[in-house]
Design a binder for this molecule. Structure first.
Ligand SMILES: [Zn+2]
Length: 163
């Protein structure tokens, strides 16, 4: 018969209580560990969120810079094409020997074969021309090719030449 109200073996009861206490300690320890893991997970998640937001901001900035760059490059390409077209039209209207002289000087003079004569100064080499040279240039026919004495470039007479 089972006697519900009494313990027949006190040592067995002690053992059982001991196991119970040990299980409780184990549960507490596991609960502490779970809390630590959750805290670490939360910290990691916060850090991941920050990094994701930073990355997203940088990607947005990169897209803006790329779009600005492409727009600028497109505008420059259009400008370059227009200048090339204009140059071709201008070159086709020039006498062959003048064009050949210009190309030769351009190759020798860092890409600048002709310079404006502005305020009595050669814009190619910054030489200020003296009065007698200016006088000769002023008397020369409009279609005569004038060269700078200093840098040899073709001098282009303009409204502000000072002649
Ligand atoms: Zn010059």
């Amino acid at each position: 018969m089972i006697d519900a109200g009494q313990v027949k073996d006190p040592k067995a009861l002690e053992r059982m209580l001991g196991e119970l206490q040990s299980l409780r300690r184990r549960i507490n320890s596991l609960e502490d560990t779970e809390l630590e893991v959750m805290e670490r997970l939360e910290t990691a998640q916060t850090s991941l969120d920050q990094r994701t937001a930073e990355l997203s901001a940088m990607e947005g900035e990169e897209a803006l810079l790329r779009a600005a760059f492409e727009q600028k490059a497109g505008a420059l390409q259009t400008q370059l094409s227009a200048v090339q077209d204009e140059r071709q039209v201008t070159a086709s209207g020039l006498p062959q020997d003048l064009l050949a002289l210009y190309e030769k000087l351009r190759a020798q003079k860092n890409g600048v074969g002709a310079a404006a004569l502005r305020r009595r100064e050669c814009e190619g080499c910054r030489l200020t021309l003296n009065a007698s040279d200016l006088g000769m240039i002023a008397k020369a026919p409009a279609d005569e090719v004038i060269r700078c004495e200093e840098c040899n470039r073709i001098l282009v007479r303009v409204a502000e030449s000072g002649l």
